[in-house]
Design a protein around this ligand. Structure first.
Ligand SMILES: NC(=O)c1ccc[n+]([C@@H]2O[C@H](COP(=O)([O-])OP(=O)(O)OC[C@H]3O[C@@H](n4cnc5c(N)ncnc54)[C@H](O)[C@@H]3O)[C@@H](O)[C@H]2O)c1
Length: 282
């Protein structure tokens, strides 16, 4: 397995994807603009390793190997790989800019996979050199734990690219599902109402976030919507609602929540900032 994987963006998702790839034996470059966030990713990878060691899922040697396989970098020129997975900010122009720059320094065979939750892969690939090698590869949070991966075929994505990404996901122990390039793909489109309706109930004061979470968890959901939004990141969750709202011609059922907008304005982004609907220590 001599393939090199580069992951651009070392936040909530990028750090989990990098970990997953290193655990499967790939050499990984984890790139971010922000040195502090790269350091934070390093700490989160260390605590994932500690967790696996404690549970006897890996031994010391394997832990060392996984750690040694991840190279942290804030130099874009280090992102030379067979597969590049971008997990940066949910903004189409920034994602396109990144892929264009990466196309200049990689060969034409390198696959460019976007972890976008909601943006159009057909639009992302437009104008990128060899756009047939651009596709969606949508992991779920936490990326090193969740099995599902949506593999998204843009208008000009080749079948070869899709086949390679399906195989790659399987080597990570994931369950890939091929999806049409439609707004929010499958899971995020359905799940939107889980978040939006819960936010609506909280906005009208009919129940508090904690009450709603408790009720849904006792009804069998693994995590209530507010705990989940805190885990996802409020900015990302809001960006996905905004993107679906626009994509569905401002259909009221996808209207972003004012309560969530105010949380983002206040910088209360959830676990990653220590405060969202709940407060966190680290
Ligand atoms: N959070 C989730 O639950 C989740 C789940 C699935 C997919 N996604 C998608 O994954 C992507 C990343 O989400 P996240 O939650 O990890 O975000 P995040 O805010 O935790 O991390 C984003 C990282 O990207 C870096 N970054 C921003 N612009 C960059 C650039 N131009 N070049 C390099 N690095 C850059 C930031 O410094 C930050 O570290 C988004 O497209 C999001 O829709 C998120």
């Amino acid at each position: 397995m001599e393939k090199i994987i580069a992951v651009a963006g070392s936040g909530t998702m990028g750090s989990g994807i990098a970990f997953s790839a290193a655990q499967a034996g790939y050499n990984v470059v984890l790139y971010d603009l922000n040195k502090e966030l790269l350091e934070k990713a390093g700490n989160s990878i260390k605590s994932n390793l500690q967790f696996l060691l404690k549970k006897n899922k890996i031994d010391d040697l394997k832990a060392e190997q996984i750690a040694a396989q991840i190279k942290f970098s804030n130099d874009l020129n280090d992102c030379k790989a067979d597969i590049i997975i971008e997990a940066i900010i949910e903004k189409i122009d920034i994602k396109k800019q990144l892929f264009s720059k990466l196309a200049e320094i990689n060969n034409s065979e390198t696959i460019f996979a976007s972890n976008t939750s909601s943006l159009s892969i057909s639009q992302i690939q437009e104008g990128i050199k060899n756009e047939e090698r651009v596709a969606g590869l949508h992991f779920f949070n936490p990326a090193n734990v969740m099995k599902l991966v949506e593999v998204v075929k843009g208008k000009n994505t080749s079948q070869q690219t899709i086949d390679n990404l399906v195989l790659f996901s399987q080597t990570l122990g994931k369950t890939p599902v091929i999806c049409t390039d439609s707004p929010g793909f499958i899971v995020n489109r359905v799940a939107r109402h889980f978040y939006l309706e819960a936010l609506h109930i909280a906005e009208t004061g009919e129940a508090t976030p904690a009450q709603i979470d408790a009720q849904l968890e006792s009804a069998g959901f693994k995590m209530g919507p507010f705990k989940l939004m805190d885990m996802i990141g409020m900015d990302i969750n809001l960006a996905v609602s905004q993107s679906l709202y626009e994509a569905f011609n401002k259909a009221i059922r996808f209207k972003p929540s004012a309560l969530q907008e105010s949380k983002v304005l206040n910088g209360e982004l959830g676990r990653k900032t220590g405060k969202g609907f709940y407060t966190y220590n680290s």
